[in-house]
Design a protein around this ligand. Structure first.
Ligand code: NDP
Length: 279
C-alpha cells in the first residue's frame, strides 16, 4: 500500500465515526434532560389551544414530536401554542376541527399526514364538562357533552386506529372523578368512564401492531374547564390532596409524555390515575 492510499484510508476512518454519529443524531437525539428525542415522529393533540392539551402539545414538541394543534373556537390561542413551539425550534400545524364531526376529524388526520408524513401519537384530549343534578341537566347540555366527550372521542379513536403507525401511542383523557362521582357530575363522570372502556377495547383490537393504548385520569387540574364553574369548583382541593396543591396542566403533560417514551412500552390498556394522591 502506498503512503498516499494509507493516508486516504486513515482520513476516511477518522471521518466515519463523526458521520455515523451525525446519522444517529438525525434519528434519535438527546434533549437537555437526557431523554430520547422523538425526531421524525408526529403527534396529534386534540383540544390543544389551552389547558392540558396545550401543555401536552408544548411538551411533546420539546421531546421532538412535530405536533398538530387542534382547537374548536380558540384560534388565537392555538396559533400562539404553535408559534411557541416553532420559536423553540419545533414544528407545529394548527387545525380547526370539532371532534364531534367525523369528517373534520378525518380532515385533521389528513392535514397531519400531508404536513408531517404520518401519525405516531394521538392524544385524545378534547373534552367539556357540563354539570348539574339529574333533575336540572338540560337536553342541550347533556347532548353537547355526549357529542364531544363520547362521540368526539370515538371519532378520534376510530381515525387513530386506522392511521397510527406501528409502534405508536394512543392516549385518552379520562378523569379521577370516576372514582369519586360527586353529586351533579354523574353525566360528565359517565363520559370519562367511557374513556377507560374505549381504551381497554382498542388496546386489544390493535394487538400485534406494537401500539399501546392508554388513558390518563387526572384529578382536579387548574384549567378553564374547572374555572368556568367558579372558584367554588377549586375550593378545598389542595387540602384534600396528599401532595397539597391543585394539579397543573404540566403535571398531566408529563404523565402523557412518559407514556409516549420507550420506557413505558409495556404499559397498555391501562387508565393511569394522576391526582397527587387525591383518590
Ligand atoms: P379546557 O377547557 O382547558 O380545554 C379544552 C380544550 O378542548 C380546548 O382546547 C378546547 O378548544 C377543546 N375543545 C372543546 N370542545 C372541542 C371540540 N368539540 N372539538 C375540538 N376541540 C374541543 O380543558 P382541560 O384542559 O381541563 O381538559 C382537557 C381534558 O382533560 C378533557 O377531556 C377533560 O375532561 C379532561 N380532564 C380535565 C380535568 C381538569 O380538572 N381540568 C380533570 C380530569 C380530566 P377551544 O379552546 O377552541 O374551545
Amino acid at each position: 500500500m502506498t503512503d498516499s492510499s494509507r493516508r486516504s484510508i486513515l482520513a476516511a476512518a477518522a471521518v466515519l465515526p463523526a458521520a455515523l454519529a451525525g446519522l444517529a443524531a438525525a434519528q434519535t437525539t438527546t434533549g437537555s434532560t437526557g431523554a430520547r428525542r422523538a425526531t421524525g415522529r408526529t403527534a396529534v393533540v386534540t383540544g390543544s389551544s389551552r389547558g392540558i392539551g396545550a401543555a401536552t402539545a408544548r411538551r411533546l414538541a420539546r421531546d421532538g414530536y412535530a405536533v398538530t394543534v387542534n382547537y374548536l373556537t380558540s384560534r388565537a390561542l392555538a396559533e400562539q401554542v404553535a408559534r411557541d413551539i416553532e420559536a423553540a425550534g419545533g414544528k407545529a400545524i394548527v387545525v380547526q376541527a370539532d371532534v364531534a364531526d367525523p369528517a373534520r376529524v378525518a380532515a385533521m388526520f389528513d392535514a397531519t399526514e400531508r404536513a408531517f408524513g404520518g401519525v405516531d401519537v394521538v392524544v385524545n384530549n378534547a373534552g367539556i364538562m357540563n354539570v348539574g343534578p339529574f333533575a336540572a341537566m338540560t337536553d342541550a347540555a347533556f347532548d353537547r357533552m355526549m357529542a364531544t366527550n363520547i362521540k368526539g372521542s370515538f371519532n378520534v379513536l376510530r381515525e387513530a386506529a386506522k392511521r397510527t403507525r406501528d409502534g405508536g401511542r394512543i392516549i385518552s383523557l379520562s378523569s379521577s372523578i370516576i372514582r369519586q362521582v360527586p353529586p351533579a357530575a354523574g353525566a360528565y363522570a359517565a363520559t370519562k368512564a367511557a374513556q377507560e372502556l374505549f381504551t381497554k377495547a382498542l388496546a386489544r383490537e390493535l394487538a400485534g401492531r406494537n401500539i399501546s393504548v392508554n388513558a390518563v385520569a387526572p384529578g382536579a387540574v387548574d384549567t378553564q374547564l374547572l374555572r368556568q364553574h367558579g372558584e367554588a369548583a377549586l375550593h378545598g382541593i389542595p387540602e384534600q390532596t396528599p401532595l397539597g396543591r391543585l394539579g397543573q396542566p404540566e403535571d398531566i403533560a408529563g404523565v402523557i409524555a412518559g407514556l409516549c417514551s420507550g420506557e413505558s412500552a409495556w404499559i397498555n390498556g391501562q387508565n393511569i390515575f394522576a391526582n397527587g394522591g387525591m383518590s
